[in-house]
Design a protein around this ligand. Structure first.
Ligand code: F6R
Length: 238
């Protein structure tokens, strides 16, 4: 696990972009694993700027998102489908039919998502980390062997995300569909970005703690190509 410490969020985003750009310029048809949340927004802004200014093309790429809420429509303003279109897809030339975001609430929906990924390997998987060490929506205790599955969201994750639902935890969905840890670990390269003091404990447990389902992100110690980019506040307990 390579850990890069920088000063602040903007530097995290700029460093992460360098890693992404290296992948998409060395492989025109790169498969991108993408995340939502506040952590990768700056990375996505850099990708859009670079696409506009330098013409870096995603026309032959495809994308697979980590997760999506259950129980809200794709076109809901807080769906991850909407998030990805507003924060990345609107500004690059990734064809709409190459975009994959998991959807649904049944076992069959989960299997269909795994099947869509069956014949491709994700070249770079972007991840954020939850304050409790979750990756995707794999909450503490999730077995490392899980593939795409439906999860009940913890109180902590729902309250962390209430800010996007009028600060009302009752409006936050109670379930999500997420790539499992086994799915995430199949990616060739993993790029995890974290910033802010509220991530410091999780980052320390991921990097230095035991590899244990209590900190789902600690599994990344077992992957052979992980780049973690953290700002000073998130690195405070390393
Ligand atoms: C998002 C996701 C989550 C977030 C994590 C951090 O698709 O899967 O695991 O990466 O909750 O969220 P932020 O970046 O908002 O702090």
């Amino acid at each position: 696990m390579k850990v890069i410490k920088v000063k602040n969020y903007d530097e995290v985003s700029a460093e992460a972009f360098k890693v992404m750009k290296e992948v998409v310029t060395s492989k025109k048809d790169a498969v991108l694993g993408l995340a939502t949340g506040s952590s990768p927004i700056g990375l996505y802004e850099n990708m859009i700027k670079d696409h506009k200014e330098n013409g870096t093309s995603y026309a032959q790429c495809q994308s697979f998102n980590l997760d999506e809420y259950v129980g809200i429509d794709r076109n809901h303003e807080q769906s991850y489908w909407t998030f990805m279109h507003e924060n990345l897809f609107h500004g690059i030339d990734l064809p709409e039919d190459k975009i994959h975001v998991p959807y649904g609430n049944t076992k069959e929906d989960c299997q269909a998502y795994e099947k869509a990924m069956e014949n491709v390997q994700v070249d770079i998987q972007v991840l954020g980390i939850g304050g409790n060490g979750h990756i995707g929506f794999n909450e503490p205790g999730t077995p490392f062997t899980e593939e795409t599955h439906i999860v009940d969201l913890t109180e902590k994750t729902r309250s962390d995300n209430a800010r996007f639902f009028e600060n009302d935890i009752n409006k936050v969905p109670t379930q999500a569909i997420t790539m499992g840890i086994a799915t995430i670990m199949k990616a060739k390269k993993i790029l995890l970005v974290a910033s802010g003091a509220n991530k410091a404990d999780a980052v320390a447990a991921m990097v230095n703690g035991p590899v244990d389902p209590n900190c789902p992100a600690s599994v990344l110690q077992n992957h052979n190509d992980v780049v973690v980019i953290v700002d000073e506040a998130a690195a405070a307990k390393l």
